[in-house]
Write a protein that binds this ligand. Structure first.
Ligand SMILES: Nc1ncnc2c1ncn2[C@@H]1O[C@H](COP(=O)(O)OP(=O)(O)OP(=O)(O)O)[C@@H](O)[C@H]1O
Ligand SMILES: [Mg+2]
Length: 286
């Protein structure tokens, strides 16, 4: 038996202890997995929309979340982002529990979503919609507006916000629509606007719920291109999409939900060849 554990060199022992403490801390702070969903459950009356779903999303990845209609994908997004209170289970973001927090509290931590049906404000212009989105604005409260220093702060912030709004509109190539009422946009342009609004909140991670539904092929390429650009900049994406080609060609990791549960996980090839997945889609080509 070795007595290495009682070796006389105590400085080595201390170094080892310090190292293992760091390792232990790292284990409890899953930096590589910004989002972790554990045993998530959501019931609506007699319907169990999400039935014990457990999965994680890796930092910097574009992960796909797929499943037949009614599988529980949107409800999962709603539970993660605080739109719904889960019936049971836990959601962790950047190593901290966020279960049951309000959507604005979760957005403030850098986790935001788009909606299956875009939620832009019809009676406002595209530019106004984008400028409304950011979190953490100083805001023009009464106190701030009467104090000259803070007043300057507000003006400066407005200017920066304006600049960022234009940059974001240019990034999504909808700057030519800046003064158009959002209600006049096409379905595809609305999706780009919604992405622009999400980006203005300066998120760490974005959940995309069918961002390509009703989007023409040109806009689809544009949107996917932007998602890849952002991912290279370190953003993390979880994408719900029914178009299997889009999922298979763009996502390095795919999670399949069926009847509220995670049915399978893996790379495109694993998912294509998974008999349970094929069966869940009842012979639809995937
Ligand atoms: N607010 C709600 N009240 C009652 N039932 C709901 C509610 N939201 C969702 N459901 C039900 O929960 C189940 C899961 O729905 P969900 O919208 O999460 O599925 P989905 O995977 O996003 O489907 P789709 O691909 O059609 O968008 C469905 O049976 C749906 O009818
Ligand atoms: Mg849905």
């Amino acid at each position: 038996m070795s007595d290495a554990g009682t070796a006389p060199n105590s400085s080595v022992d201390e170094a080892e202890t310090a190292d293992s403490a760091v390792e232990a801390a790292a284990r409890h702070t899953p930096r590589g997995l910004p989002l972790r969903v554990e045993n998530l459950r959501k019931e609506f009356g007699g319907i169990t929309a999400v039935d014990g779903a457990t999965f994680s999303v890796e930092a910097g990845s574009l992960t796909g979340l797929i499943g037949p209609n009614g599988a529980g994908k949107s409800t999962t997004f709603n539970c993660i982002t605080g739109v719904h209170d889960p019936t049971a289970g836990h959601v962790y973001f950047q190593g901290e529990e966020i279960t049951g927090l309000r959507p604005d509290q979760i957005a403030n931590r850098g986790l935001v979503r788009t909606f299956q049906i875009a939620r832009e404000l019809h009676d406002m212009t595209v530019l106004e919609n984008v400028m409304l989105a950011p979190r953490g604005q100083v805001g023009e409260s009464l106190v701030r507006s009467v104090l000259p220093g803070l007043r300057r702060e507000v003006v400066e912030q407005e200017r920066e916000l304006h600049e960022r709004a234009w940059e974001t509109l240019e990034f999504f190539e909808i700057d030519h629509l800046a003064f158009e009422f959002a209600g006049n946009l096409s379905g595809g342009q609305r999706k780009l606007l919604e992405m622009a609004r999400v980006l203005m909140t300066d998120p760490e991670m974005v959940l995309l719920d069918e961002p390509l539904a009703g989007v023409n092929p040109t806009l689809e390429r544009k949107l996917l291109g932007r998602v890849h650009d952002l991912r290279e900049d370190g953003y993390t994406f979880l994408l719900v999409e029914h178009d299997m080609d889009v999922i298979m060609n763009n996502c390095e990791h795919i999670i399949v939900m069926h009847q509220g549960k995670v049915l399978a996980e893996g790379e495109a090839a694993d998912i294509r060849n998974n008999e349970q997945v094929v069966e869940a889609y009842l012979g639809e080509t995937i």
